[in-house]
Design a protein. Structure first.
Length: 89
């Protein structure tokens, strides 16, 4: 499971992105790059990280299944993911 500090940081980043979304869109439309650079770094949506829903791992994340590649493989081998069958692994 993901550490609570990671989860809290991710939620704080998501709140900051939501807070500054309208301002960012307005500044980007007007091409005000200097003012855009003065916003907090975490206001950029690119800084949000997808994490595995089961293990909290951020690398190897599969969007379609919402988990990392390691968790996906375990679930597929055990038959826990519907519609996914084991091929020749």
């Amino acid at each position: 499971m993901a550490k609570t500090a990671w989860i809290g940081t991710q939620q704080a980043k998501a709140a900051t992105v939501k807070k500054y979304a309208a301002i960012r869109a307005e500044l980007k439309a007007k091409a005000r790059l200097r003012w855009l650079a003065k916003l907090p770094r975490d206001a950029s949506p690119i800084r949000l990280v997808n994490r595995c829903s089961m293990s909290g791992r951020r690398r190897g994340y599969l969007r379609k299944f919402g988990c990392s590649r390691l968790t996906f493989r375990e679930g597929a081998l055990n038959g826990l993911i519907p519609g996914v069958t084991k091929a020749s692994w």
